[in-house]
Design a protein around this ligand. Structure first.
Ligand SMILES: NC(=O)c1ccc[n+]([C@@H]2O[C@H](COP(=O)([O-])OP(=O)(O)OC[C@H]3O[C@@H](n4cnc5c(N)ncnc54)[C@H](O)[C@@H]3O)[C@@H](O)[C@H]2O)c1
Length: 263
């Protein structure tokens, strides 16, 4: 695939959670587009593997072990990376739990990574963008940010926070040359969710639940990130791109409607 149209050659693109799943795919796509990825993750071994894959494409990435939930670690990572052109906030985790039972510790731990981490990285990596008067932030949100799900703990709350964080940044930093947008994936098969797909016929049922007939691969999300990060999306600011194969449109399909039930 050629990415010339995007004009990303030579751009420096920081990606959090680059060691796995969507973050790995984003970093690899940036390298294919001629950008230089800065890999950020707390899992150094996973990043080393991704770095090798990127080197095989002829690009040498920067690799920085860090924890997005730790302000000092984020500050150090941003200082090591220097000024970047693009930041993809992606590092996240899940801590399931029902609302009447989820512990404050789990609640706080998830928000520290999935929401505070996005804020900390935006501020630390955004500083250089604001100074140079140009840059692009792309945050991986989720359709969970507007659709509650049982046993989700603080996950949906954190994603709702990310959607507004991005709009807040778009409003405040747009006039200073820095755009901020979100991508909201639906169901994506990654190491985070893999365990579900290995149970019985879940993989098949999940594929069927999506109007285009399949769950997403990390690459499906990465390609939308590429566009939003590029100058081709230069007039897109404060937007959310739902990237779910139409899954979010299926609400009315669950309503029993005798004589008109669709499959
Ligand atoms: N998989 C899905 O179905 C799905 C759907 C919608 C949104 N998302 C979102 O996409 C993003 C990536 O998810 P994924 O499915 O690729 O997950 P993943 O578990 O495959 O990868 C997450 C990466 O983030 C890193 N990470 C976690 N906490 C960190 C921290 N504190 N500091 C630094 N790195 C940290 C992990 O080490 C891992 O490499 C997350 O924000 C997730 O919420 C995923």
């Amino acid at each position: 695939m050629t990415y010339e149209w995007l004009g990303l050659t030579g751009k420096v693109a920081a990606v959090t959670g680059a060691g796995s799943g969507i973050g790995r795919a984003v970093a690899l796509n940036f390298a294919q587009a001629g950008a230089v990825p800065v890999l950020l993750d707390r899992n150094a071994d996973a990043m080393d593997q991704v770095a090798q894959e990127i080197q095989a494409l002829g690009i040498t990435p920067q690799v920085i072990s860090m924890d997005v939930s730790d302000p000092e670690s984020v500050r150090q990572a941003a200082s090591l990376a220097g000024t970047v052109d693009i930041l993809v906030n992606n590092a996240g985790m899940s801590r399931p739990g029902a609302m009447d039972q989820v512990s404050f510790e789990d609640w706080t731990a998830l928000l520290a990574v999935n929401m505070n981490g996005y804020f900390l990285c935006s501020q630390a990596f955004g500083a250089g963008m604001l100074e140079q008067g140009s840059g692009a932030l792309v945050h991986i949100a989720s359709i969970s940010g507007r659709n509650p799900q049982g046993q989700s703990g603080s996950y949906s709350v954190g994603k709702a926070g990310v959607l507004m964080l991005s709009q807040q940044l778009a409003l405040e930093w747009g006039p200073r040359g820095v755009r901020s947008n979100t991508v909201s994936p639906g169901l994506v098969r990654t190491p985070m969710t893999e365990a579900y797909y290995n149970v019985g016929d879940v993989a098949e049922r999940r594929d069927k639940a999506v109007p285009i007939g399949r769950v997403a691969q990390p690459d499906d999300i990465a390609q939308v990130v590429m566009f939003l990060a590029s100058k081709r999306a230069g007039y897109v600011n404060g937007a959310d791109v739902t990237t779910d194969g139409g899954f979010e449109l299926t609400l009315m399909s669950s309503v029993p409607r005798p004589g008109y039930d669709s499959k």
